[in-house]
Write a protein that binds this ligand. Structure first.
Ligand code: ATP
Length: 283
């Protein structure tokens, strides 16, 4: 038997870091939504007690460093499952990009194994397990548009956001999330209006949403990679309604309510960066 799960990328419409906690994690307040750029996860039972990862992407680790492997190992150990699984990851989401590709693969693996092994866990129970694999995994288990807080384990759906087109640009630089957080100084940062973003989404007010996008980590990443600022400027010049870095970067997204405008942003950026995607928000 084979189970297929879609693992979509997320973008942060708002990302705020409130403070560093005593346990070393940061207290976050974020608004996330998913877009239709997705990895495909195929799960097949194996009679032997092993986890085998296959992937179309040459650089992904195939061992315990892979987030999908960690998700499968956690489920096997928690429920004392003695058979194995082959996990095939068809990778479409850029890696280390601020789009939660690894977390989404882990979330899809948890959801899929819940079905493959008839565990009958609720989505909340799957998300709770996911928090042991990574901070973005509980959100990725649920997907949709959500207010996410704590270190990522508190996920509150906030209803459908107004659908729009999204142009994603992944500059060639790699960004490590840990290194961005390690140099964050709370004295100098500007906090985004996350509550305002939640209110705009609940009111289905697209124009307000485009004014409320904000990411506290942007300043830190842009200081190291000024190209990100240039991509943002170009997106706005080509007609984007809003442009913002996702997660800890380096991917920048543009929001456009009209397809023709999104195409103009896409074409304009295509000549400037190699990795450019034109996608839609998911319901
Ligand atoms: P986030 O937005 O949650 O910070 P990200 O999009 O920046 O995530 P990922 O694509 O998840 O970052 O990759 C981060 C690291 O995780 C990379 O070094 C990568 O090698 C490793 N990794 C492990 N498993 C996976 C996977 N299945 N897909 C992508 N990266 C993975």
């Amino acid at each position: 038997m084979e189970i297929i799960e879609k693992a979509p990328a997320k973008i942060n419409l708002s990302l705020d870091v409130l403070y560093k906690r005593e346990d070393g994690f940061h207290e976050l307040e974020m608004v996330m939504t998913t877009v239709d750029l997705a990895d495909r996860i195929a799960l097949k039972s194996l009679p032997e007690d092993q986890i085998v990862i296959r992937t179309t992407n040459g650089v992904l680790p195939l061992d315990r460093r892979n987030h999908a492997f960690q998700a499968a190992k956690l489920i096997k150990e928690t429920f004392a499952i003695e058979t194995g699984v082959e996990i095939t990851i068809e990778k479409k989401i850029p890696i280390a990009a601020g789009l939660a590709g690894g977390s989404s693969d882990a979330a899809a693996t948890l959801r899929g194994l819940n079905r493959l092994w008839d565990l009958n866990l609720t989505l909340e129970e799957v998300a709770e397990l996911g928090s042991k694999v990574g901070s973005d995994v509980p959100y990725c288990v649920h997907g949709g548009t959500a207010f996410v807080s704590g270190r990522g384990e508190k996920v509150e759906p906030i209803g459908e956001m107004p659908q729009c087109w999204v142009v994603l640009v992944k500059p060639r630089v790699g960004v490590s999330t840990g290194s961005v957080f390690s140099v964050l100084s709370f004295d100098t940062v500007t906090h985004p209006d996350t509550a305002g973003m939640v209110a705009a989404i609940k009111a289905k007010d697209y124009a307000k949403m485009t004014q409320k996008v904000g990411n506290l980590l942007e300043e830190v990443t842009i200081a190291r990679h000024p190209d990100i600022e240039r991509v943002k400027e170009k997106m706005l010049k080509f007609g984007a309604d809003a442009a913002l870095m996702s997660g800890s970067g380096p991917t920048i997204f543009a929001l456009c309510d009209k397809y023709s405008r999104a195409q103009r942003v896409y074409n304009g950026l295509k000549g400037f960066c190699d990795e450019v995607y034109l996608v839609r928000t998911l319901k």
